[in-house]
Design a protein around this ligand. Structure first.
Ligand code: HEC
Length: 144
């Protein structure tokens, strides 16, 4: 039952992220209200596959840990908003950028260049038909 599954995922996610309140102090990237909205969007639209803590189920569903490395290059910044699960989610470009930045804020202490609504919006129009092949082509060392 999708609704039950969604409710369970939501509960898991809320429990798992409950300890991350301190990260809200990184308001230089996202303010507290945006953090809350992005978290809910993540739970509803991403957590079902990538799991509550973002670790996914490799090799089928990749972990979102290490996203800061992928978005450190222009091609990587373009790639993340082109994978089908992200690009086709029914939320605005700004909300999707906020979700990515929320993932980054909550999973790494490293500095990163936040994704913008403009670049996410331009990338998500070009949905990748073969994201796994694309990733292997550009990051063969990262292929699971
Ligand atoms: C239906 C399951 C599903 C949902 C929902 C989903 N994803 Fe994914 N995601 C995948 C799979 C599977 C892949 C591997 C590429 C592929 O086959 O599309 C992936 C790949 C990715 C990648 C590339 C990671 C890498 O290391 O190459 C990112 C980033 C990502 N997803 C982010 C998101 C975000 C953000 C959301 C929510 C807005 C989301 N995904 C929703 C299943 C999902």
């Amino acid at each position: 039952m999708p609704s039950l599954r969604r409710a369970l995922v939501l509960l898991c996610c809320l429990a798992s992220f409950a300890g991350n309140a301190d990260d809200y102090s990184r308001g230089e990237v996202l303010d507290a209200a945006t953090m809350q909205r992005a978290r809910v969007d993540y739970l509803l639209h991403c957590g079902g596959c990538h799991l509550a803590d973002g670790t996914g189920a490799p090799p089928n569903v990749p972990t979102l840990m290490g996203l800061e490395e992928i978005i450190s290059s222009p091609i990587g910044r373009d790639y993340v908003a082109r994978v089908p699960g992200a690009s086709q989610v029914p939320i605005s470009d700004q909300a999707l950028a906020d979700v990515f930045n929320w993932i980054l804020v909550t999973t790494t202490d490293a500095d990163f260049e936040p994704l913008t609504a403009e670049e996410v919006g331009a990338s998500r129009l070009r949905v990748l038909a073969d994201p796994v092949g694309y990733r292997q082509r550009f990051w063969p060392e990262a292929a699971d």
